[in-house]
Ligand binder design. Sequence first.
Ligand SMILES: C[S@@+](CC[C@H](N)C(=O)[O-])C[C@H]1O[C@@H](n2cnc3c(N)ncnc32)[C@H](O)[C@@H]1O
Length: 203
Amino acid sequence: MDSHLKAWDKDYASRGRLWGGGVKNLPILPEGSSVLELGCGDGKTLSALPVDWKIVALDVSLEALHLARRVRADVFLIQADAGRLPLREESFDAVFAFHVTGHLLAADRHALAREAARVLAPGGQLFFRDFCEQDMRAGQGEEVEPGTFRRGSGILTHYFSESEVKEIFCDLRPASIGMRRWKLRVKGEPLVRAEVEAVFLKN
Ligand SMILES: C[S@@+](CC[C@H](N)C(=O)[O-])C[C@H]1O[C@@H](n2cnc3c(N)ncnc32)[C@H](O)[C@@H]1O
């Protein structure tokens, strides 16, 4: 496993649950929808998803999955790389990719997008969120590829433009794409975060 992927296990093992705050603007899907979450982490988004969806969630980090299990006992969890999904094609009504694509190198971001398109059923939707170039942290750390930075923990973060997101998910049809900003405080320091939020459809 690449060192930037192993870094997640270390981070979860040493810090436990990493992600605070609520989950906003979740899509409404019909009861019984079959949903896949890529990079579910410690289960922050999972905790907010309806119990009447059939949910599969995956992460490369086993430590993350142990934490996610505490949040949702009812979902199917698997340890897997989002760029090589051990899942049948056209088997999901929706795929969530929230703050996972941006933690990959360019080739792996494209692999994730291809795999997401493959496992979506015709008419299915992909929901994407990730930090964008306007984010306060963009540019911090060592630049390992254009727009991708490694910070102290070894974790990589790529900061997207809207056009780049469309280009990566080119196997799908963009239904909406836009930027969202919000304020928060980390250790007393005020930050303005910014993300690209997009929905893609499979024809
Ligand atoms: C910022 S967390 C996102 C958590 C979650 N999506 C949420 O919204 O609550 C990113 C997660 O992506 C996982 N991850 C990173 N690279 C991955 C890959 N190639 N395949 C699957 N998961 C990956 C990390 O282990 C980490 O748990």
